[in-house]
Design a protein around this ligand. Structure first.
Ligand SMILES: [Zn+2]
Length: 166
């Protein structure tokens, strides 16, 4: 979904800086504000950028930061090490992530590198939640778990400036 001028304005407000290398909006709040932006695998200045799905929503980023400050990271890493099915689903999420990004260009420096610690570690819940929000439930199991345990939901608008018109 392409990003409109209003989306760019909202993301600048959310992030406190302009978002670079925008391909489009991959997920939105119920009010219409961007929650996840899809970014070019190589930014306009030439920097390789592996985080194809980037979480922009302040409520979502705060919820993931709060989780990362708890024992949840350790629990998720332990679960991943102990549960073969979870590990296989997480590997599939990694492959899906790379396939989504590859559509927008192949960048040698980040070849085979996805985000968030995939495919074998849990390192950044922001990146994993962003993947889950963009892809929908059932694609990234750790992102799904993080969203379920966090206090923020895409179904309930907590935007400082909700979008009132489409
Ligand atoms: Zn909203």
């Amino acid at each position: 979904m392409p990003a409109s001028a209003a989306d760019h304005d909202t993301m600048r407000e959310q992030l406190g800086r302009p978002m670079r290398g925008v391909i489009g909006i991959a997920a939105r709040c119920v009010c219409g504000n961007p929650t996840v932006v899809a970014t070019e695998p190589r930014l306009p200045d030439g920097t390789p950028f592996p985080t194809f799905y980037y979480l922009t929503h302040p409520g979502a980023t705060a919820a993931m930061s709060a989780l990362e400050a708890t024992q949840v990271m350790r629990e998720l890493n332990d679960d991943l090490a102990a549960d073969e099915d979870l590990a296989a689903a997480y590997m599939a999420a990694h492959v899906a992530y790379l396939a989504d990004r590859e559509v927008h260009g192949s960048v040698e420096e980040i070849s085979g590198v996805s985000a968030g610690g995939m495919p074998t570690r849990v390192k950044c819940l922001h990146a994993l939640a962003a993947h889950s929000l963009a892809a929908g439930p059932g694609v990234n199991p750790i992102g799904d778990l993080a969203l379920a345990r966090g206090t923020w939901s895409p179904e309930r608008c907590t935007c400082a400036t909700p979008r009132t018109t489409g």
